[in-house]
Design a protein around this ligand. Sequence first.
Ligand SMILES: Nc1ncnc2c1ncn2[C@@H]1O[C@H](COP(=O)(O)OP(=O)(O)O)[C@@H](O)[C@H]1O
Ligand SMILES: [Mg+2]
Length: 445
Amino acid sequence: MNIVSFKDLWGLRLDYSVFKMSRNPFSITPLFSDYDNKERCKMDEGLFVVTKESRDVVISFGLGKRIITWGKIGVGKTTLLNMLLYLARFRESCLPIRVIIKEDNVGRAVQELLYTCCFELVNELKRRKITEPLRSAKRWLLDKRYTDRLYDFMCRLIGAYEEGRGEERKVSVAAGVSAVLEAGMETEDVTIKSFRTYVENLPVKMIEEYLKEICKLVKELGYDGIVFALDEADHIPSVEKVLGMLTVSREIFFASTDCTFILAGSPDILAQDKKNEIVGIFDSIIEIKSLRESEIMEAFSKRLKSENEHLTLNDVFAPEAIKAIMNYSGGVLKVAIKLAENALGEAASLRECPVSAKHINAAFTRTRADIAVRLPEHMLQVLRALHELGEASPSDKTFQAKASLSRSRLTLILGSLYEEKLVERLRKGRKIVYKVPPQVIPLIS
Ligand SMILES: Nc1ncnc2c1ncn2[C@@H]1O[C@H](COP(=O)(O)OP(=O)(O)O)[C@@H](O)[C@H]1O
Ligand SMILES: [Mg+2]
């Protein structure tokens, strides 16, 4: 269609009817993100590909277990963690808690863990209808609030009780926060802030004690235990920080046999685990590998079928398009899905079916085209030299000569390229070698 006027532009939107679909079914949102929502999860079950790794994590999963899944970004770790939280809630009757670990909170990860858990419990106590476990859980908290600040904060946030001349007076849960406000007490925001500050400054030893006690409260509520998923540590570039956190908080992972811990880590985490921190803490260490072509094809067909049950993979993607996707993504599902999403859009805008390698190439260059322009010459030089050599280490004389750089400069530049995910790092015996991943090659040649 020839777009000339603003009216045409206004009416312009991608139309997937050439593919017999009403929308683009590809999206890189992890599955089971809404693990408390059974209906949503049921839909995600239909998109989920059962891999060897998913069987391994489910077998390793159980009360009191500690599991680390590690692998490249985009291979499906968050999805697996979410899936276990979904099982925790609906199969194991455990309380599922997701904690996001980032560069700026990794030093306080266990404090974050306790805070998230207490907050989740507050919400649960506010949300639930009055039933017997709820009443006994509240009694439990109330008994403790006079001697302990953490439980006092929780009671204030639940807002279900006020003190009246020594004896407790009940205020309905629904009236909660407003009753506190009417009584001229501090606002909920202020309580949340001081609650956070209090937990953030707790020493690990106290967190451990609290965790043991909180497990009792969780049981009062009718759960068998708590499942903690610590996600996104794979996105933290400095692995030492993650390892440091694990060492400092080691006891937390052993605090109670009613707590299960699952962590997502990067490939470097094991390579750098010189003091065996990981081996000492975790019962299972599971590598999440890049997917095979058949698995990627299955993931794609499931997505297509979720939109239109009659569609097969071949109706939408030409075989060479799948080959191109495999080539560019190297089996990393997130990259493959992103490419499929963009290529499908590209083909839809041209009203061409099926998606061919041409659309995949266009989608790929559109998303990463800025790289060659953005990268300074010396980085491109290193990438080109590395591509010519196939695999190399900064200590290789031929690599230094080809890139016209010293060993130390080369190490530095490779470090930045690695952070930008433009090179891959592999361990070969005692040596670390670098490689240009297939999806970057078209951008530098
Ligand atoms: N087993 C699976 N079956 C189908 N799709 C999956 C599976 N695992 C991951 N995905 C999809 O792959 C993409 C990346 O997964 P994600 O869990 O975010 O990976 P990671 O946490 O390792 O970066 C998401 O779009 C997710 O929906
Ligand atoms: Mg993730």
